[in-house]
Design a protein around this ligand. Structure first.
Ligand SMILES: Nc1nc2c(c(=O)[nH]1)N[C@H]1C(S)=C(S)[C@@H](COP(=O)(O)O)O[C@H]1N2
Ligand SMILES: [Mo]
Length: 562
């Protein structure tokens, strides 16, 4: 490309800056994709720190103190921006100069990455990809600023309108504007009168086309932004996953007793007593699972307390730890639905943490907030009444799965999840129900959400075909923190018969049940179930929808015996 002095300096600098942004965005994305540890900008920064004379380093640390990292990164980005702008200026003089500048820059980046301790070959991939993308962007943007998109016979630079509006006539490089380009309006006047077609068909310099360049830079910025954000998301995901896998769970001071024999009837098709983590239902409002690094996680407890505190993950681990089997269920579980599961949770007492902070008189609500801003309102008296309300970080012997709230969530037996089980919890405000409202409350759900006693038939499945003869009917029932006392089943609205109950270690878990003496006769049958909890309450057939505070009714299945 020939020298062209008609591209103003600002535009040349802009071309360079946008190309630089594309380099950063694409290298972030690629770093996330190939799980490279070194993001080139940081590697260059670290190399710069290593090369800085000690005296200057000391000066910087003294002067900027805690902020020295931020100052350093800001400085690196400023230097990068100046270099990028210079590359743009070179590129509009001659694209080869610009490309060479980027290549030189890439070599510095690769060297910086490779000289980092523990660097692997894969770590250069983001730098190389970023520089390649920047070269492409630079080339395209210079072309947009100066030349027709795909050669002289296509769009002329004076025509800011859509390409569809342009008609090339004949083979002699003649073209004329179609109606569509008129849409550009008088704005095109600023480019001056069209030069004769003959001149545009040649290889001569094209006048600067501001509009085409700006559209191109918007595209470049969009690519850089989307790639950068996606890359950041991918790498924080990888980092949090690594932190989770590397986490050693401490032994609790108060371990839960080993599960008694007989908690699990071991019937195929019946929900196991302990729900494996990968089968545990998931309900939350998060479109993308929040990635919270335990090393930077903190939990703030404030509001109506005597001593507001902020706990780190290490602080939490130093507290007395306990383990508890707790069945969690969702208020939006339909009768017979799947949103219920049982796990062994490991954590520290939420009541203990609150007592240390000193809950003030008059407070009746904990407004907890997750890393992604979801909020939950939990009654203070319930949390303080001695039940195993936990700030949990372990689930069935592993660190909490990320989608179940890693690194820390609340679990409170006896309350539906939406009023108790905040995942990725980072903030607890001690407050009052008449002053604060949690996420679901204004959306038609009750502020209070005690779990309703429920039972579910797992076997046989609704609509199943079963062979005549002895048929096992089995399921689970739950009444957290009250306990399930009895389960009854009836067939075709006949006599209720008592189910045999599995052992339940505490009142906070569900309980398996089985009826194994049903002699199924050919034909269609309906099977109904109802549970009675330890307060003496028996489920009624009254149907209630899930909103505002949980479904009621008897789970009923129909089967064909043939
Ligand atoms: N941060 C956050 N925590 C949340 C929710 C949410 O939307 N966001 N949903 C709650 C609801 S409604 C339920 S039922 C439980 C479900 O927990 P699980 O997904 O681990 O089963 O999480 C609770 N905790
Ligand atoms: Mo829920």
């Amino acid at each position: 490309m020939e020298s062209n002095r008609r591209v103003p300096l600002w535009a040349a600098a802009l071309i360079g800056l946008v190309s630089g942004a594309v380099a950063v965005g694409v290298s972030l994305l690629v770093a996330g994709l190939v799980k490279a540890s070194a993001f080139p900008v940081v590697a260059v920064g670290n190399a710069a720190v290593d090369l800085t004379p000690a005296a200057l380093k000391d000066f910087a640390i003294r002067t900027f103190g805690e902020n020295d990292k931020t100052v350093l990164l800001t400085g690196i980005f400023l230097v990068l921006a100046v270099i990028a702008a210079a590359v743009g200026v070179l590129a509009v003089r001659d694209i080869r100069y610009g490309l060479a500048g980027l290549a030189a820059f890439g070599v510095v980046g690769v060297l910086a990455v490779l000289t980092r301790p523990g660097a692997a070959a894969v770590d250069v991939v983001p730098t190389v990809a970023g520089v390649a993308a920047a070269m492409f962007a630079l080339h395209r943007l210079v072309a947009r600023a100066l030349a027709p998109e795909t050669g002289p016979r296509e769009a002329g630079p004076y025509d800011a309108g859509p390409h569809g509006g342009r008609v090339a006539v004949g083979g002699g490089g003649e073209e004329r504007n179609g109606g569509g380009s008129a849409g550009g309006g008088g704005g095109e006047e600023r480019y001056g009168a069209p030069v004769p077609p003959v001149m545009r068909a040649g290889n001569g310099p094209y006048p600067f086309d501001r509009r085409r360049l700006l559209i191109g830079t918007l595209g470049g910025v969009a690519v850089a932004g989307v790639a950068g954000l996606a890359g950041r998301m991918l790498s924080s995901r990888a980092e949090v996953a690594a932190a989770r896998v590397g986490m050693a769970l401490p032994r609790p001071a108060v371990p839960a007793a080993p599960l008694p024999a007989g908690v699990d009837l071991r019937i195929r098709g019946l929900s196991p007593f302990v729900t494996p983590n990968h089968d545990f239902y998931r309900v939350d409002t998060a479109l993308v699972v929040p990635q919270v690094d335990p090393r930077s996680w903190t939990l703030r407890i404030h509001g109506m307390v005597d001593r507001p505190v902020e706990l780190t993950f290490a602080d939490l681990m130093k507290r007395p730890l306990e383990e508890a089997d707790i069945t969690l269920c969702c208020v939006s579980n339909e009768v017979g639905g799947p949103y219920v599961g049982n796990a062994r949770w490991l954590g520290t007492s939420l009541a203990g943490v609150l007592r240390d902070a000193g809950v003030r008189k008059g407070a009746d609500m904990l407004l907890s907030t997750s890393a992604d801003g979801w909020t939950c309102g939990t009654p203070v008296d319930v949390v303080l009444d001695g039940r195993d309300a936990l700030l949990a970080f372990g689930m069935n012997g592993e660190a909490l799965p990320v989608e179940h709230g890693f690194p820390v969530r609340q679990v409170v037996p006896g309350l539906y999840g939406y009023v108790s089980a905040t995942k990725w919890v980072t903030d607890i405000k001690v407050t009052r129900f008449d002053r604060d409202e949690a996420y679901w409350t204004p959306k038609g759900w009750s502020a209070m959400g005690p779990v309703k006693t429920q039972s579910r038939i797992d076997l046989p499945r609704d609509g199943a075909r079963v062979a005549p003869g002895r048929t096992v009917i089995a399921g689970v029932a739950w009444a957290q923190h009250k306990g399930v006392e009895a389960v009854e089943v009836r067939i075709d609205r006949g006599q209720w018969r008592q189910a045999r109950l599995a052992v339940a270690p505490t009142a906070d878990t569900w309980r398996q049940w089985v009826v194994d003496d049903w002699d199924a006769t050919p034909g269609s049958h309906t099977i109904e179930v109802r549970a009675t909890d330890a307060t003496g309450y028996t489920q009624t057939p009254d149907l209630a929808p899930v909103a505002p505070d949980g479904a009621t009714g008897w789970h009923t299945v129909s089967v064909d015996v043939a």
